[in-house]
Design a protein around this ligand. Structure first.
Ligand SMILES: [Zn+2]
Ligand SMILES: [Zn+2]
Length: 110
């Protein structure tokens, strides 16, 4: 038996696909067709939605709303120019975004 962790210690679906930030449950939104098309128009990148274990299947409320505002012309730009890129991790020790993020201290009030 190997002692290295084979699975994530954090669940990928608590992270926003677009900004990569930890998202509390009530602010998680599904990746809808609207999100996909708005994301593509803004970033010129396609949302990879093929259920890989290292790719989140949610977006945060803020990204979702900002995309909506951008599409409707109420917002000229997103808060960042380059969205999070999701690559397969080599290991869960020092190459995994989810395992390396420290979730302690993250809460709704922050
Ligand atoms: Zn991991
Ligand atoms: Zn986000």
């Amino acid at each position: 038996m190997s002692s290295s962790r084979r699975s994530c210690h954090n669940e990928p679906n608590v992270f926003c696909y677009i900004c990569g930030e930890y998202t509390v449950k009530k602010y998680r939104k599904p990746v809808t067709d609207f999100v996909k098309s708005a994301y593509f128009s803004y970033f010129k990148l396609k949302i990879v939605n093929d259920y890989k274990p290292w790719i989140p299947q949610i977006v945060c409320k803020m990204c979702c709303e900002h995309l909506r505002q951008w599409v409707s012309g109420q917002r000229s730009r997103m808060r960042f120019g380059v969205p999070m890129q999701w690559k397969e991790q080599k290991n869960h020790f020092d190459d995994c975004y989810f395992c390396c993020v420290n979730l302690r201290g993250v809460n709704v009030k922050k």
